[in-house]
Write a protein that binds this ligand. Structure first.
Ligand code: GLA
Length: 730
């Protein structure tokens, strides 16, 4: 009651006296003008203002632009919203009816309710400003109180005008086995569109996140940067429209292509959150804001250290059996790992899963491969002193499966047409708009967990897109809702799973890195960066992913050489040093490793345990980019107190006797004195600065000289060099 009263009092203040609203976090803010009967306009987005500058803001010639332009009335700009009203009128004109600002769960929530000037049609623009991290989420709630349905043909989450003048965009692109590649480009006239139409996964090709460097060519550790992430696991569209005005117009929301939405009378359509941040410490500064927000609010268990695991996939592929699993568990336990994950190939009764052509959907253990079932494996894991995890792909089935035989109507498929098949020539997607399918998908997890409550980890895969549009569940006039309803169904299933199994670790895998997205991660602990485990390519992919995602969420595994995807042979030391910059794991057949290799990994795992809190909870400072044409890449993590840091240096493909740049560190306390210790050392002799100490100032102004290669026995030399230094303040 007290809270309601405070809310009402505050609301009254906002409406009667405040034409300006401050939406503020500890260090950044948005200033909006919100007057009854007028449009909601943005005056400012950037560093927090002092009282003087706030008071005079309106006189500074700042922007003053409608934050949610609707199509049809005085709309020279593109629109965030387009509606065909019940009577066929295609125009919408929104003005403010009420404003409220309250504190909820430690965040400031601002709601600006707007009404069409003619129709009983409402849009509430909402903001959540966190009070412990610098992130503002915005979304809208679109409500139809007309007597009949209206048709939404565009429904963005938010719109942000960005002042023209040397603005560059940094975003991610890629494909399977080459995900999260960084692209940086100046914004020119015309439209930059970043979009996804996969239907199921959404980060293989483009990513739903972008950064804008406002002061010319992007720099890692200086300059103003706006960061944006659309928190939506389905099809999205981010577009920057630049025409004849002073502003790049940035819109982000659900991709409306083939998704026109019929909004019934009284129904509310909630758009996904668009998370916005600002930093004047360059791209790495914006990344630090994303990472803190992610760990605190947007990934499951963001405050818990991740276990070091061995995954069976690249070690045995589909060739699963009890003896083999037990041996792998024993080996990872010997090397100091904490978890074993049995990947694809363990299931299928009538149709055993011998390859990718059958059995998805039949989540019963294959007794020929595993006569004693899952529980035997879980017990063996316990005997080895580690935890057990399992692979599933519950949103899918194969046409060759008992599930499909029983429920052919459960798959996504165009009416009157044959299904379009994906992986293995027979994989199809289950129709999650159908509540029975939602029950089935929940049931897959529920059964496994009920039968084996000690399962610690689930790798949840999704290896196919929606390749023919059609729901056998949705009515004829709602077929265009399929993409949206699929993800609503997915959300319902994930909510149920998390309500019942809050503690289990779940990895979002989607044919590699198809589900690195903040619409997905609140239910998932981490994502599989890519099926490509080649260390050199991982330097590039993990670099890109680190723009938006913290290392705690990036599964990064040591694998065999020649690499199974790219056939490159890198040194084991190099593979270890790359994997150690993310959530360390292994994806290899230990049986095929020499004792020396096992010892190297065993040592690396022990070292990683020492630096795990710095890597998984530290602040990132990217130093030398693999995309900038230098022969090396380098980055570091620093604890928030600046008491400890881990520095990474990886040689890239180089020509012999190339001059390597000396890397200046960043993020340290200039006045603290740090002792340097090399981890994973393979050289015969320690580096000259081993055990020596330097001020943060020296390390940030000069850096340390790193030799071109490792000094090891002549016959063991190779062209890969990498270093990991642990810095501890005295
Ligand atoms: C996908 C995943 C892999 C592996 C296989 C199993 O490709 O990305 O990591 O789990 O499926 O079939």
């Amino acid at each position: 009651m007290k809270r309601i009263l405070t809310t009402i009092l505050f609301l009254a203040v906002v409406l009667s006296a405040m034409a300006q609203i401050r939406v503020a976090t500890p260090n950044i803010e948005m200033v909006l003008t919100a007057e009854e009967g007028k449009t909601l306009n943005l005056l400012y987005f950037g560093d927090k203002l002092n009282d003087n500058d706030f008071a005079n803001l309106e006189h500074a010639g700042v922007l003053d632009q409608n934050v949610y332009p609707a199509y049809g009335m005085n709309c020279p700009v593109d629109a965030a919203l387009a509606v065909t009203h019940a009577d066929g009128n295609m125009s919408t004109e929104l003005v403010i009816e009420s404003v409220s600002q309250v504190m909820e769960d430690g965040a400031q929530i601002t709601r600006v309710k707007m009404k069409d000037t003619v129709y009983p049609f409402y849009v509430t623009v909402c903001y959540r400003a966190y009070q412990d991290v610098d992130m503002i989420e915005t979304w809208t709630e679109i409500q139809n109180l007309e007597k009949k349905p209206v048709l939404l043909t565009r429904f963005d989450s938010g719109y942000l005008p960005i002042r023209v003048g040397g603005v560059w965009a940094s975003h991610l692109y890629g494909t399977w086995a080459n995900e999260s590649r960084l692209v940086q480009e100046p914004l020119n006239r015309g439209t930059l569109t970043i979009k996804n139409k996969d239907g199921v996964r959404n980060s293989h090709i483009d990513h739903a996140e972008v950064m804008f460097s406002l002061d010319g060519k992007p720099q890692e550790n200086q300059g103003r940067v706006i960061g944006a992430a659309l928190c939506y696991g389905g099809n999205y569209e981010l577009r920057v429209d630049t025409r004849d005005t002073d502003y790049h117009e940035f819109y982000a929301g659900i991709n409306p292509d083939n998704s026109a939405y019929t909004l019934a009378s009284k129904e509310v359509f909630k758009t996904p959150e668009l998370a916005l941040t600002f930093s004047n410490e360059g791209l790495s500064g914006a990344s630090r804001n994303f990472h803190r927000w992610a760990r605190n609010y947007k990934i499951a268990h963001g405050d818990k250290e991740r276990k070091i695991l061995l995954n069976s996939w690249e070690g045995v592929y589909f060739k699963i059996n009890e003896e083999g699993m037990d041996q792998m568990m024993q080996d990872i336990a010997y090397m100091g790992g904490e978890l074993f994950v049995m990947d694809d190939g363990w299931f299928g009764d009538k149709y055993p899963r011998l390859n990718d052509k059958s059995s998805l959907g039949d989540w019963v253990v294959d007794r020929n491969k595993l006569p004693n079932g899952i529980s035997w494996l879980v017990n063996r894991a316990e005997d080895h002193g580690i935890k057990f995890g399992i692979w599933i792909e519950p949103e899918m089935t194969n046409l060759v499966s008992e599930l499909y035989e029983a429920h052919p109507d459960w798959i996504v498929k165009a009416p009157e047409r044959d299904p379009v098949v994906g992986r293995g020539g027979s994989q199809v997607v289950l129709d999650l708009s159908n509540p029975e399918v939602q029950d089935h998908v929940f049931g897959v997890v529920d059964r496994i967990m009920t039968e084996n409550p000690d399962i610690d980890y689930i790798k949840w895969d999704a290896n196919m897109s929606i390749m023919n549009h059609g729901s056998q569940y949705l009515p004829k006039d709602k077929q265009s809702h399929l993409y949206i309803e699929y993800h609503r169904g997915f959300a319902k299933v994930c909510d149920r799973i998390r309500a019942k199994y809050p503690d289990v670790t779940i990895q979002a895998c989607a044919a590699g890195g198809g589900r690195a997205n903040y619409g997905i991660l609140p239910w998932f602990d981490e994502f599989w960066v890519s099926d490509n485990t080649d260390a050199l390519q991982r330097v590039h992919m993990q670099w890109g992913a680190s723009y938006f995602f913290p290392s705690i969420a990036m599964a990064s595994h040591i694998s065999a050489t020649p690499n199974h995807t790219v056939f490159r042979t890198t040194s084991l030391k190099y593979r270890i040093d790359v994997a150690m910059s993310g959530r360390l794991g292994m994806e290899i057949q230990p049986k095929n490793m020499t004792q020396e290799e096992k010892d190297l990994c065993r040592n690396a795992i022990a070292e990683y345990k020492k630096i795990r809190p710095v890597v998984q909870f530290g602040d990132i400072y990217r130093l030398v980019s693999p995309y900038d044409g230098h022969p090396i890449a380098s980055m570091m993590y620093v604890t928030p107190e600046k008491s400890e840091a881990v520095f990474y240096w990886w040689k890239l493909e180089t020509l012999y006797n190339d001059q390597l740049p000396r890397v200046k560190m960043d993020g340290l306390d200039p006045d603290k004195v740090y002792t340097v210790h090399e981890l994973n050392r393979i050289d015969d002799k320690p580096l000259p600065y081993e055990g020596k100490s330097f001020t943060g100032k020296f390390l940030m102004e000069n850096g340390l000289e790193i030799p071109y290669r490792h000094y090891v026995n002549y016959y063991k030399r190779n062209d890969w060099a990498s270093r990991v230094f642990h810095l501890v303040a005295q």
